[in-house]
Design a protein around this ligand. Structure first.
Ligand code: BTN
Length: 149
């Protein structure tokens, strides 16, 4: 029979140490996705709201690409466990479109942070009859940009 107090103390310390060592995924910083697009997310405030910039590597238009602003929010619920869900909107400054992203900030098996996202890109149409072709959908995976570029 194991004496309860020392056993509970060891269990408590082990769980505490584990809790301290588990890496969390933070949205703040610079990211690059599988298309080569880069984004910067500034500080996430106490409500989970954030802003940043998006430099897309590709465009559905023939316009010259310009860095565009994004605004988003991160879930702050008690069960996010350091891998929060989030959403953000990119207001393209060089096209008439809007993109919304939703995803989750994970720590992968190698300890690297990764943003797994899905997006909807809404184009402007002159005529309601063209609504059916106005929305593209896709996925993007972002990893943290460590270089200065
Ligand atoms: C446009 O072409 O009207 C604006 C640029 C759209 C870029 C899209 S958003 C989804 C996908 N992921 C990227 O990083 N770029 C493309």
């Amino acid at each position: 029979m194991v004496p309860a107090a020392p056993f509970l103390l060891v269990l408590f310390l082990a769980l505490g140490a584990h809790g301290l060592s588990v890496k969390k995924c933070s949205l703040t910083g610079r990211w690059v996705n599988d298309l080569g697009s880069k984004m910067t997310i500034a500080t996430v405030n106490a409500n989970g709201d954030f802003a940043g910039t998006y430099n897309t590597a590709v465009t559905a238009t023939s316009n010259e690409i310009k860095v565009s602003p994004l605004q988003g929010t991160m879930q702050k619920g008690p069960n996010q466990k350091g891998q929060p869900t989030f959403g953000f909107t990119v207001h393209w400054t060089f096209s008439e479109s809007i993109t919304v992203f939703t995803g989750q900030c994970f720590v992968d098996d190698n300890g690297n942070e990764v943003l797994k996202t899905m997006w909807l890109l809404r184009s402007h149409e002159e005529n309601i009859k063209d609504d059916w072709k106005a929305t593209r959908v896709g996925i993007n995976v972002f990893t943290r940009l460590l270089s200065q570029e």
